[in-house]
Each structure stands twice: as C-alpha cells, then as structure tokens.
Design a protein around this ligand. Structure first.
Ligand code: HMG
Ligand code: MG
Length: 311
C-alpha cells in the first residue's frame, strides 16, 4: 500500500519529553520550547499534564505554562487530564487559555494502569467518562492515549484483544480519537500493526494515531509500518525526549526530527521546517545539558558545520 501523502505530527516533547526529567526545568524554558515548535510549523503540541504534583513534580507548573504560551493561529494545544480534578484545573483559567484538546490516558495492561494512574482499567473508564462528557460539552476535543498496547513492563506481551476491548470502552464513553502507545518501545512492525488493527475495528482511520517510544530503535520502522495501514497521525518528541517514570527502562519517543527527515525523504508532506525543528531540539537539549537524541539532527548539524553555516 502507498503511504499517505501527508502526515500530521503531534509534538509531545513539552509533556512526555519533560515529565521524566529529574532536574528542574523552568516554565520559561518550557514556554520557549512550545514557541520554537510552533515556529517550526508544528500544528499540534502536547504542552503539559494536569496530574498529581506528587506523582509528576515536573508538570506542577502546568497552569503557568499554559497561561504563558503566546498562541499561534491554527495550532492545537493539548494537555493530559486523567480525572475531573485535572479537567477543572485545566479549565480554571480564562477561556482563551484553555487547551484545545484533552487527553485521557488509559492502559491495555491492568498492572500498568495501577502503577500509572492508581486504578484498574474499569475504574479508569469510570473516571474518564465525566471528563470526556464535560470536555466535549465545552467544545474541547478528546483523545484517549492507550498505554502498553504492545507490551507492558510488568505483564510482558499484551494481546490485541485487550487493545480492542479498551478501544471499545473508550468509544462507548465518547473518546473521539485513540492514540496507540508502545510505552516501553518493544513493538515490532507486525505487532504494532496488529494493535492498530484491533483499534481500527472500532475507530475510523482518521481517528487513530501512533505513539512509539524508541527503546530498541524500532520506533521509526513502526511509524512506517503504521503508514502502510493508512495511519497518518503520530506523536513524536523533539530531540527524542521522553519516558514515563512508571515504565522503568523505557526511553524517549521517536525523535520528531528523525520522523520529519524520513518522511521528507520518501516524499511525504509534514509542513514542518526541519532546520527550525533541529534548532528547537538543540535549544531544549542544551537547556538540559545534553545533545539531541536524534540521528538526523546530529548528521544535519555536522553537514551545516562543514558547509560553514554555523559553528
Ligand atoms: P490517586 O492518588 O489515585 O488520586 O492518583 P486521588 O484522587 O486519591 O488523589 C490523591 C492526591 O492527588 C490528592 O492530593 C488529590 O488532590 C491529588 P492530596 O490530598 O494527597 O494532597 N490529585 C490531583 N492533583 C492534581 N491534578 C489532578 C489530581 N488528581 C488527584 N488531576 C492520579 C490518581 C491519576 C491523579 C495519579 O495517579 C497521577 O497523577 N498519576 C500521574 C500519571 C502520569 O502523569 N503518568 C505519565 C503520563 S501517561 C504517559 O506518559 C503515557 C503516554 O505517554 C502514552 C504511553 O507512552 O504509553 C500518554
Ligand atoms: Mg509516552
């Protein structure tokens, strides 16, 4: 099957990318990162999460970051909200500062559900239902992230049936879009396709996306394998940042730079300016005291230096 002509990328760097950072990252740096991403052409940015500050101290400045962003037209800003307390906090600011999309996050693995959000899968759906209803009443789009759709750090392999079941319950409570997440990056192209197919039995192709962590270096292959099924929306993370404290050993998301470079190489449009994106990745990586975890970024910066374009 031919690849889709155009792919939409949601940069989850400010949220998934930074949530796991032990060192403090100021709200100002997070806001500047969002500005640089939108300046690079990203039309979807996952900014922060409204979760317990005890569980996720790095996201405690959620409101400060959301209120500090200078919004660009046509950009959709999303936040995670696992319960009504999270949604109410996200909507406490004046309306122009509200998120355009909220993300409820469940898991296809019972054990991971407990470790991540402290409740069973069934309880999580009960918690999500009023969040979804209230968000939609307020005209806010609702995405459902589905963790451990391929493998779980505690239970091992996850079967597609479990993924399909969760998709059906998400649909029942009104979740509009499902993101199939390989939380610990153990997916292979075939297994990722099976997980996506399980969701596609319930959701239309335009309402399904992929979210692949790159622990074993297969995330990019999994993006391409998803595109073979017609999937055209992916979460990616600038500079390959990311990880979840509840999924020990898992590394960052596939780097946005690597995905953009690959898609450009095969003639798929993303609307993203790769040079500006690379600069955004350098900005946040240097703020964290490291280099971007993206091969394309590294290679293209070496090329820039040899062409005398920078130092
Ligand atoms: P809980 O302890 O079961 O909740 O946590 P609770 O209702 O018993 O409340 C306990 C305390 O948390 C109370 O405060 C609440 O007020 C507070 P205390 O009285 O102890 O001071 N609380 C909140 N505070 C702020 N915002 C809220 C909120 N809710 C309760 N929304 C809860 C349940 C979900 C809150 C908790 O388990 C939590 O915050 N977990 C964090 C999970 C998380 O952020 N994980 C990472 C994101 S998911 C991810 O990375 C996966 C993804 O990338 C896809 C993939 O790769 O798989 C999306
Ligand atoms: Mg993730």
């Amino acid at each position: 099957m031919a690849y889709p002509k155009r792919v939409k990328l949601v940069d989850v760097g400010p949220r998934d990318g930074l949530q796991n950072e032990a060192q403090p990252v100021s709200a100002g740096v997070k806001i500047e990162l969002v500005h640089r991403l939108q300046n690079a052409g990203l039309k979807d940015i996952e900014v922060t999460s409204y979760v317990s500050r005890k569980w996720m101290p790095q996201m405690a400045d959620n409101s400060q970051v959301m209120c500090g962003i200078r919004r660009a037209p046509g950009v959709r800003y999303s936040v995670l909200a696992p319960n009504m307390k999270g949604l109410e906090a996200a909507l406490a600011a004046e309306r122009p500062k509200w998120p355009d999309e909220i993300v409820v996050f469940g898991s296809a693995s019972e054990t991971f559900s407990h470790k991540n959000i402290n409740c069973s899968i069934a309880e999580s759906i009960e918690r999500f239902a009023p969040v979804v209803a209230a968000a939609r009443e307020n005209g806010i789009h609702v995405r459902g992230a589905m963790s451990c759709a391929v493998g779980c750090p505690y239970e091992g392999d996850i079967v597609p049936d479990a993924v399909g079941r969760l998709a059906r319950t998400m649909k029942d409570i009104g979740v509009q879009h499902v993101g199939v997440a390989d939380t610990i990056g153990v997916g292979t192209p075939g297994r990722v396709q099976r997980a996506l197919e399980a969701v596609l039995a319930t959701y239309a192709i335009d309402d399904v996306s992929g979210h692949f962590h790159d622990t074993y270096g297969l995330a990019l292959s999994n993006v391409l394998a998803s595109m073979e099924l017609g999937i055209w929306q992916f979460d990616t993370s600038v500079a390959g940042l990311g990880g979840c404290p509840c999924a020990k050993g898992a590394t960052g998301n596939v780097a946005t730079e690597d995905v953009v470079y690959t898609l450009q190489s095969v003639g798929v449009e993303t609307g993203i300016d790769l040079d500006k994106l690379i600069d955004a990745g350098v900005y946040i990586s240097h703020a964290l005291g490291r280099e971007p975890n993206s091969r394309a970024s590294r290679a293209l910066r070496v090329k820039r230096v040899s062409a005398g374009l920078c130092h």
